[in-house]
Ligand binder design. Structure first.
Ligand code: ADP
Length: 198
């Protein structure tokens, strides 16, 4: 830590108070998968469902943080690690604020995801593997990025010229490649209910 004169201030309104007021627990739903697998679509669809149920939610989207909080970062290995570290710390702050946080990042490396997992108590990091084959993702090519990656216009593109490490033991695997969005949403909601989170 760079600043040695910083003293931690203990809040009088605790996370417990906030969770009671929210009427649900606060956890991180960490959506991971290839570009185009459906992380953003599913995260926002789950958030809509939770919002209808009066849950306090917030979705942190990969592309959006790169405009602000992580605008100084690129896609080198070090920058990807730092990007996920910052997002993890941000997500943790939201859980302390009593919010159900949903994040949509490719987050291709298990070690980076495990580092975020280690930031919060057991059971509060829910790794949701959005499983869709490279063929399907490339066929969708939602943002035209695969085409650019294939032509060499984009270097270090996950799935093409940079690896993706599927989660080794995710809390949830959703078949975003073949199932309907509704079915995937239902699967996530069922999990949250079964765990007593909502
Ligand atoms: P990512 O955030 O992983 O890059 P996006 O959510 O931007 O992916 O794009 C995924 C695309 O796949 C969208 O066009 C979405 O409508 C489509 N899609 C089809 N089935 C599903 C599903 N079950 N879950 C999520 N997205 C799906």
């Amino acid at each position: 830590m760079k600043s040695s004169n910083v003293v931690w201030h203990t809040a009088t309104i605790t996370r417990d108070h906030r969770e009671k007021q929210s009427g649900h627990r606060s956890v991180i739903l960490w959506f991971t998968g290839l570009s185009g697998a459906g992380k953003s679509t599913l995260a926002h669809a789950v958030e809509e469902h939770l919002f209808q149920r009066h849950c306090r939610t917030f979705t942190i989207d990969g592309d959006n943080v790169r405009h602000g909080l992580c605008a100084d970062l690129g896609f080198s290995s070090d920058d990807r690690v730092e990007n996920i570290r910052r997002v993890g710390e941000l997500a943790k702050l939201f859980t302390e604020a009593g919010v159900l946080v949903l994040t949509a990042f490719i987050s291709p490396f298990q070690a980076d995801r495990d580092r975020v997992r280690a930031l919060v108590p057991d059971g509060e990091f829910i790794e949701v593997y959005c499983q869709a084959s490279l063929d399907i993702c490339e066929g969708r090519d939602v943002k035209g990025l695969y085409k650019k990656a294939r032509s060499g216009e984009i270097a270090h593109f996950t799935g093409i010229s940079s690896p993706y490490e599927p989660p080794t033991s995710p809390e949830l695997t959703v078949n975003t490649g073949e199932a309907t969005i509704e079915a995937c949403v239902a699967q996530v909601i069922q999990y949250l209910e079964a765990q007593g989170i909502i």
